[in-house]
Design a protein around this ligand. Sequence first.
Ligand SMILES: Cc1cc2nc3c(=O)[nH]c(=O)nc-3n(C[C@H](O)[C@H](O)[C@H](O)COP(=O)(O)OP(=O)(O)OC[C@H]3O[C@@H](n4cnc5c(N)ncnc54)[C@H](O)[C@@H]3O)c2cc1C
Length: 391
Amino acid sequence: MENNFDVIVVGLGAMGSSACYYLSQNNINVLGLDQFNPPHNFGSSHGETRIIREAYFEHPLYVPLVQRAYDLWEDLQQKTTNIKSDKLENNESALLSDRLFLKTSGLMLGKKDSGVVSGAKKSAETHNLNYKLFNSDQIKKNYPAFNIPADNIGILENRAGILFPEKCIKKYLEYAKNKGVKINYNEKMISWKSNNSNITVTTDKNVYYTDKLILSTGAWIKEIIPNLKLKITRQVLFWLDTKGNDEFKSEKFPIYICEKNPEKIFYGFPDLGTGMKIAFHNHGQEIKPDNLDKNIYSDEIKEISDIVGKYFPKLKTNIIKSEVCMYTNTEDENFIIDYYPSNNNVIVASPCSGHGFKFSSAIGEILSQMANNTSLKFDLDPFKIQKRLNR
Ligand SMILES: Cc1cc2nc3c(=O)[nH]c(=O)nc-3n(C[C@H](O)[C@H](O)[C@H](O)COP(=O)(O)OP(=O)(O)OC[C@H]3O[C@@H](n4cnc5c(N)ncnc54)[C@H](O)[C@@H]3O)c2cc1C
């Protein structure tokens, strides 16, 4: 009996930990499994910070989902920490405190017709969101660290900010565990099979039986469903020394995404005490998740130095820290959130393509509703698995 569960969640990163949190609020028997000890540095959810923004340049369809995610992040912060404000409180260190969300506002930058700028404007207008349009001089005046080309503009949205992914995952898992979810770390699922009565999950340590299975294995999802059309890519992150220059602190430096051209989109964060984080959003080299190369190469340093020299001329590319992470990309960069083909007891959650974290609160709630056969408030049609399968 002890190996029988109502729901098993495999993969306890952003999506799986959140699913466990929401499942723990029902009176059911849940097991969460991860091959490592999350939050860890081997998947897609590490590196201190993730952007959350509402005027969603990718597509207006994401706006209601991110609005639900905002409410749920706030709820989590209130439920699990003493922090009440969405801004820093007296002398608080955003990275060291319990804070899960910090509002900084956000700038979407590029030429007027760039995907980032025109897409953000379209989402803001479709959903009646407040935004301001700035030309490059106004950006320099308001945010003196930035040096934006004269033909670029910026869409400023006030609600944007930063989530702290490792802290969010930790809170979700601690809470779920306290509510009775069994959490097993360092246990890898090797296979699963389903028959009419239940699903058998075999790991490197045990065999379990469950009514519902949630597969939220991030970059490893292709090992479990090999015919998924996904590209796993290596993404490099840099933290640069700002030498304590206040212009790079969160009071004067919003999160931003800047489209130099469609092949060069970069984004970054204010210096929260560990340097100014900057990275490219375009897909890096295709890899296999178990062979993630964590070395940083001179051409990667040169590429980021060129951007820093042009857009942040007050900064030298003095790298304090770097990290490597993985994107799991679909062809159209929309997520996969669906039942496994012809099996409504197995749920597949692969929301990445480099923009999934902010939604993980809302997606965890959705996964728990799918597992509980509760009706859903969101249309998951754009996230169907079928068109993302090789035949
Ligand atoms: C560099 C970078 C920057 C990003 N920036 C942003 C951003 O600013 N804003 C934003 O919203 N999103 C961003 N994203 C995307 C976001 O971080 C991802 O969408 C999200 O973290 C994916 O979560 P996940 O749960 O799918 O994967 P993960 O968090 O990687 O979790 C998958 C888990 O499954 C486990 N697992 C895999 N296989 C097995 C198995 N067989 N058995 C047991 N366990 C297994 C793994 O160990 C892992 O813990 C970024 C991603 C990267 C890489």
